[in-house]
Design a protein around this ligand. Structure first.
Ligand code: SF4
Length: 203
């Protein structure tokens, strides 16, 4: 079956999915707005944010995390037209107050078949996780022992693919765990791998 047909099927299934109780009013963020089906890299983050993807339908666009993400992309001369972005959960998890919340383990488990199938359909040459939640979620697809603290900004192997774990570009992470200057340095590893893949393709 054609890649675009498989992706449209996934999109339709995700749009109709009501498994997670507190996300029933939310719409899954999975559509052509997530990026190209032939990306240089597939990014996996935590969840659509209230002011970002849940509002704009474009992952990492419209909020502070998105602004930082766009700076990181530009620093390695990547454009949105060259990437695909998804999340460990496709719908936006909210606190009763309406504020963003972390997805629960159960919600991540519920959604992991969508993540698994998205990776299979897109078949990216390299995956970059953004934050510990995304790195951990990959274990539901194929086991690994990587932790963000020990493996950040390294080129690793996972499930027959190249993997670069990165920190999440949220304002809180920039303040408490990984400042922008370090994140700009981290993403260079991804930039080098993309260049290497390009050179390999030409040789
Ligand atoms: S987060 Fe994923 S599993 Fe949960 S309702 Fe949305 S699409 Fe379905």
């Amino acid at each position: 079956m054609k890649q675009s047909t498989l992706f449209s099927q996934l999109e339709a299934e995700a749009a109709a999915c009501l498994i997670c109780e507190r996300m029933r009013e939310r719409q899954a963020v999975l559509s052509p707005l997530n990026g190209t089906l032939t990306p240089k890299v597939m990014f996996i983050a935590e969840a659509p944010g209230r002011n970002g993807a849940d509002r704009t339908r474009i992952p990492f666009h419209g909020d502070a995390s998105g602004t930082t993400f766009e700076k990181l992309l530009a620093s390695i001369k990547l454009t949105r037209a060259e990437i695909f972005i998804t999340n460990t959960v496709l719908c936006s998890p909210r606190k009763p107050s309406g504020a963003n919340d972390k997805p629960t383990r159960g919600e991540i488990r519920n959604c992991s078949h969508f993540l698994h199938r998205t990776i299979e359909v897109i078949n990216p040459p390299v995956i970059a996780t953004l934050g510990a939640v995304a790195l951990e979620a990959l274990k539901l697809i194929a086991p690994h022992d990587y932790t963000l603290k020990e493996s950040a900004a390294q080129l690793l192997n996972w499930n027959g693919r190249k993997l670069v774990p990165l920190y999440h570009p949220s304002p809180q992470v920039l303040i408490t765990a990984r400042p922008l200057i370090q994140q700009l340095n981290d993403i260079k590893v991804l930039g080098r791998e993309i260049k290497r893949q390009k050179a390999k393709g030409k040789s």
